[in-house]
Design a protein around this ligand. Structure first.
Ligand code: GAP
Length: 448
């Protein structure tokens, strides 16, 4: 593969071929900026989400999970500044009428599609508008949320009143967000419907820097958990002019995608902007009383924000590998193989189990027995007896299954165990049935 764009095309094709991700509404010609996850894609996405939730919620005592409604009172978006300011610069071609994001085209006067003159720009609000209820007027207007964050700010008082947390504490949420992007592009990178994993961490204003630095490290830790290559991640201190209206400091974590170095995650210091705005607009007091210091104040907020779909894309880009392999017993000549070098923590299947041959009932019976035993301990295990063994290895390589267990005649005749093949090296080891589960678990958890 030569060109970098080819790599993205290959990933899109693999995603469709193997059931990771499909174009949304595909049979009707698609709907731009929407993607549907298939069985393998949802497994990958859930694994990422679970790792995130474990690190940031389950393993801590200072974080409270919420799942707020997507539709919110329109006043939320007036208070947050999104109703007036969540827009991108839009230009339209005078001739072909195609629209572009003004900041993403080479020449702001010339249409990239037909070369004609572009009209003067305007700001385009990216929120999807909708009506709630049967009466269609200004008062029934609502929006599909463009960020999950506001669902947490509006529940700040509920958390204080029901959980009685002490500062610093945080709220965490995973959920859909919607943006009517002018130019959705680059597969899952810029979609119109996507998922975010966000934290709003509330601190004493005097201590914001400590928490900011802490979450900077935590975000790097998460990237490691899901297996992203360190050297492909860059931190960018976002200049004031480029920061969102609520942010006093932002660091973007950029990832080296095949189409360039682009934002993967953001870490923002939102100050007291949101709680203050919601206090003003709702007339509900959103201050916090510190019992020890006997002081009342509006906490400041540190926001680590993660795109879930962008994580899926970064992981696929990181894992996509082409090499030549001739180490299988049944293939003498080297052949090109495509495989996903996924970290076992995110791989949709951790183990695949095969009988060596598909027309030998005694092999199939033993393989099914071993499959059931493994599946009890490692639920993400799959059984495959389709096609020849070489093809099965290739199929599992392509979906990133780290380990393949093969039951052969030695297993049943000599009782010498099974072969376990490692996806990345293609090497096989013979492992006794008694040690098998422990061996597999060690490999999956990378503890050996
Ligand atoms: N609450 C802060 C916030 O929403 P953002 O930088 O606009 O900040 C946070 O979005 C993250 O959401 C981004 O870093 C990215 O991972 C993801 N994201 C934003 N827009 C996206 C889109 N159109 N498609 C996919 N992911 C997107």
């Amino acid at each position: 593969m030569n060109k970098k764009e080819d790599k993205l095309d290959a990933i899109v094709a693999l995603s469709k071929r193997r059931g990771f991700v499909f174009q949304g509404s595909e049979i009707y010609g698609g709907l731009a900026g929407t993607w549907d996850y298939g069985p393998l894609g949802i497994a990958l996405k859930r694994n990422i989400q679970n790792i995130w939730w474990k690190r940031f919620v389950d393993d801590r005592t200072d974080m409270f999970g919420v799942d707020a409604a997507i539709l919110m009172n329109q006043k939320v978006w007036q208070a947050s500044g999104h109703a007036s300011g969540f827009s991108d610069p839009l230009v339209e071609c005078k001739k072909c009428k195609h629209t572009f994001r003004a900041d993403q085209i080479a020449d702001p006067k010339k249409c990239p599609d037909c070369g004609s003159e572009l009209g003067s720009g305007k700001q385009f609000n990216m929120m999807f508008e909708t009506q709630v209820g049967v009466v269609k007027d200004e008062s029934s207007k609502s929006y599909l949320r463009p960020e999950t964050a506001q669902g947490m700010f509006v529940n700040f008082k509920n958390i204080i009143d029901t959980q009685h947390p002490k500062l610093p504490f945080g709220m965490a949420q995973v959920g859909k967000a919607f943006r009517n992007e002018i130019a959705p592009r680059d597969f899952l990178f810029r979609a119109r419907e996507f998922e975010q994993m966000e934290i709003e961490y509330f601190v004493n204003p005097k201590e914001w820097e400590k928490s900011f630095e802490y979450f900077r490290e935590q975000m790097k830790g998460f990237m490691k958990d899901v297996g992203l290559t360190d050297s492909k991640v860059y931190e960018l201190e976002v200049l004031e002019a480029d920061r969102a209206h609520y942010s006093k400091r932002t660091i973007d974590f950029e990832y080296e995608f095949p189409f360039g170095k682009k934002e993967l995650y953001g870490l923002a210091y939102r100050g007291d902007f949101d709680l203050k705005q919601h206090s003003d607009f709702s007339k509900v007091d959103l201050s916090y009383y510190d019992e020890e210091k006997k002081e009342r104040f509006i906490p400041h907020c540190i926001e680590p924000s993660f795109g879930l779909d962008r994580t899926v894309l970064a992981i696929l880009c990181d894992a996509y590998t082409e090499d030549e392999m001739g180490s299988e017993k049944d293939s003498e000549e080297k052949e090109k193989r495509v495989f996903l070098k996924l970290h076992p923590s995110v791989a949709p299947f951790k183990v695949a189990v095969f009988p060596l041959l598909r027309n030998k009932p005694e092999l199939i019976k033993k393989a099914e027995e071993i499959f059931k035993t493994i599946k009890k301990e490692i639920p993400a295990t799959v059984f495959d007896d389709n096609g020849n063994i070489g093809k099965r290895y290739r199929r599992q390589d392509e979906i990133g299954t780290p380990l393949c267990v093969t039951i052969d005649f030695e297993t049943i005749e000599k009782g010498t165990g099974v072969t376990v093949r490692d996806r990345d090296s293609g090497k096989q080891e013979r492992i006794g049935e008694v040690e098998l589960i422990q061996y597999l678990l060690k490999k999956i958890n990378r503890t050996n």
